[in-house]
Write a protein that binds this ligand. Structure first.
Ligand SMILES: NC(=O)c1ccc[n+]([C@@H]2O[C@H](COP(=O)([O-])OP(=O)(O)OC[C@H]3O[C@@H](n4cnc5c(N)ncnc54)[C@H](O)[C@@H]3O)[C@@H](O)[C@H]2O)c1
Ligand SMILES: CC(C)[C@H](C(=O)O)[C@@H](O)C(=O)O
Ligand SMILES: [Mg+2]
Length: 358
């Protein structure tokens, strides 16, 4: 039996980029049946089909899977569903249920794209940083939450930033272990000057750092970190962040590499099971037009091969194939530069497959 991969394309460009990642997995496998792929619906597509964005059958499939590939969910119709429904049946639930607390979001500059970034080549060339976003706590899950009515009749919206010591500890260990295997630097991002939850974050990260004397540890407030990411991003190796700040900083980091269509991610927990998804959303503005860049999704599949299946050589083959198509000049619209070869979503996927199988 092959490794059980649950494929959840989702909505909008999620479906388009997922089709290319699945194509790449089949090409890599070459008929050896190493992957047992099951596809299910999630998000608005699932809601229209089953009356719920995430059915019990899909949750069961997620529990049974060795790894999950997730495209993207959302769009105006999905965002208009009642918040309680979305919160009880969305990506947030899946991440928590599977205890995927460590979300690795590498921002890597392929040399071929040094001029595709909106920042100057000399600022971004050689960029290779890893945002580690905590994924099971913070404003996303803290209680109380909701929209209430005050005695005056005015409504109040409430979310709670909360972090237990154990939640900070486990992701900090993951961060220091990642730093140890990289360039041995870790910068922890918080807002300890204002928020108690962040004061505790800094205290616990500092405590955990004592167990990793070989890693150079620093701390930055999130506002300053946003600036430093733009001013001199190459100073960073591992950037450890709480949930919300990591969400925001990773979209910013995406632009350093040329496009959000280039940024993959891996959400991991205690075991080898993981969920792999691009950092971007379902992009309603370009959906259904063969315009989306599938490379973030394809690179997410490479992360799955590495982290869930221990298939390091295969992961590298996929990453090298992506490098190869960029070197040959293939570009989707988001990374288009003068003198390059225009590709749509499907053509880019085909180019990666051709590179893999040549
Ligand atoms: N993981 C997820 O499922 C996820 C992540 C982010 C946003 N969303 C949802 O997606 C919807 C749209 O959100 P948004 O517009 O803020 O963010 P988005 O990431 O979908 O799009 C932001 C911009 O980046 C562009 N873009 C995104 N991915 C691209 C790709 N692969 N290739 C080329 N261009 C790409 C889009 O065209 C858009 O201009 C919302 O409903 C949001 O909640 C879902
Ligand atoms: C869609 C949304 C729930 C999600 C998040 O905020 O985590 C997305 O922005 C992401 O970055 O994966
Ligand atoms: Mg996001």
């Amino acid at each position: 039996m092959g490794k059980k991969v649950l494929v959840l394309p989702g909505d909008g460009i999620g479906k388009e980029v997922m089709a290319e990642a699945v194509k790449v997995l089949h090409a890599l496998d070459g008929g050896r049946s190493r992957f047992d792929i099951e596809e299910r619906q999630i998000g608005m597509t699932a809601y229209l089909q089953d009356g719920t964005p995430l059915s019990d059958a899909t949750l069961d499939a997620a529990d049974r899977a060795d790894a999950i590939l997730f495209g993207a969910t959302g769009g105006p119709a999905y965002d208009a569903l009642p918040a309680e429904l979305r919160n009880a049946t969305g990506l947030r639930l899946l991440r928590k249920r599977l205890a995927l607390f460590a979300n690795f979001r590498p921002a890597f500059m392929f040399p071929e794209l040094a001029d595709a970034s909106t920042l100057k080549r000399e600022v971004v060339e050689g960029l290779d940083l890893m945002i580690l976003r905590e994924l099971n706590g913070d404003l996303y899950y803290g209680e109380p939450r909701g929209i209430r009515e005050l005695p005056s009749g005015e409504r109040i919206g409430i979310n709670t930033m909360s972090y237990a010591e154990s939640e900070i500890e486990r992701v900090a260990h993951a961060g220091f272990q990642a730093a140890r295997a990289r360039r041995r630097k870790l910068c922890s991002v918080d807002k300890a000057n204002v928020l108690e939850a962040m004061l505790l974050w800094r205290e616990v990260v500092t405590r955990v750092s004592r167990g990793y004397p070989e890693v150079e540890t620093s701390h930055m407030f999130v506002d300053a970190a946003a600036m430093a990411l733009m001013r001199n991003p190459r100073q960073f190796d591992v950037v450890l962040t709480p949930n919300v700040f990591g969400d925001i900083l990773s979209d910013a980091a995406a632009m350093l590499t040329g496009s959000i269509g280039m940024l993959p991610s891996a959400s991991l927990g205690a075991g080898s099971k993981g969920m792999y998804e691009p950092v971007h959303g379902c992009a309603p503005d370009i959906a259904g037009r063969n315009l989306a860049n599938p490379l973030a999704m394809i690179l997410s599949a490479a992360m799955m091969l590495r982290h869930s299946f221990g298939l390091e050589p295969e992961a590298r083959r996929v990453e090298q194939a992506v490098r190869g198509v960029l070197a040959k000049g293939w570009r989707t619209a988001d990374i288009r530069q003068p003198g390059t070869r225009p590709a749509g979503t499907r053509e880019m996927g085909d180019a990666v497959v051709a590179e893999l199988t040549r």
